[in-house]
Write a protein that binds this ligand. Structure first.
Ligand code: ATP
Length: 230
């Protein structure tokens, strides 16, 4: 492939005590593309996301990254500070990334420009007042404060209206188009297929199918693997 790899997982196994979440995962995440990771509840998506992000050390296997890869994870459920304002949510992320002073102002400005106007106008309001979809956009914006090369989003569509799902996915697609590597952890095969350049189907902690949405043979395999997991 001509594409460079952002993160590479080799022979990854992961167990939580007696519960095995991942088995024998080999995965290369191509730079500047959207990778969709699909699976039912408990298939291992969140575990894989945290290992890709680098915050969870796998029980077995190796994670290698391209140079100075900066990774950001938008967790399932978003984990915003609801009583804090939109701006404060962004600032907290900046502090955590060691961004201060003039740099912080620049980042806030740039991230503010990325936000839709209806959020930009509410920077001083508590995050609790946003709709689920707007909160998801804020959670992504918060992750962007660190200027990640790799953005991992855990179930971005959870609890969103169909229109907001479309908007969130369009925004993630644009980030990839601009060169960011995006990993989507998704319960819906349909959504993952329509939003990703490459799709991995997880079943019971293993890669059950992997390929490109444009490939009909892969799609048939993916559906089979996905519905086996239901
Ligand atoms: P979901 O959509 O429900 O979050 P998932 O595909 O993201 O599912 P994981 O959260 O990675 O799957 O979980 C994979 C397996 O590991 C499941 O059996 C889950 O119960 C188990 N598991 C996950 N986190 C822990 C933990 N901290 N301690 C013990 N078991 C865990």
């Amino acid at each position: 492939s001509l594409k460079r790899t952002a993160v590479h997982l080799t022979a990854i196994d992961h167990s939580y005590g007696g519960v095995t979440a991942l088995r024998g995962i080999d995965l290369a995440v191509a730079q500047g593309a959207v990778l969709g990771v699909v699976g039912a509840n408990g298939a291992g998506k969140s575990t894989l996301g945290q290992i890709l992000h680098g915050t969870l050390a796998p029980t077995e296997g190796r994670r290698t990254v391209d140079g100075e890869l900066r990774s950001a994870l938008v967790p399932e459920g978003r984990a915003l500070f609801k009583t804090l304002s939109l701006r404060e949510n962004l600032e907290v992320a900046a502090y955590a990334a060691g961004i201060k002073g003039a740099d912080l102002r620049t980042r806030l400005e740039q991230t503010g420009e990325w936000l839709p106007p209806r959020l930009r106008e509410r920077m001083g309001m508590p995050a609790a007042g946003l709709s689920g979809g707007e909160q998801q956009i804020l959670a992504i914006a918060r992750a962007l404060m660190a200027r990640p090369d790799l953005l991992i989003v855990d179930e971005p569509a959870l609890g969103l209206s169909p229109a907001m799902v479309t908007e969130v996915y369009a925004r993630l697609g644009r980030l990839a188009h601009e060169g960011m590597t995006v990993v989507l952890l998704e319960q819906s095969l349909t959504r993952a297929v329509s939003a990703s350049h490459e799709v991995v189907v997880l079943h019971d902690g293993r890669v059950a199918a992997q390929g490109e949405p444009a490939d009909p043979e892969f799609l048939a395999q993916a559906e089979q693997a996905y519905f086996d997991g239901e």
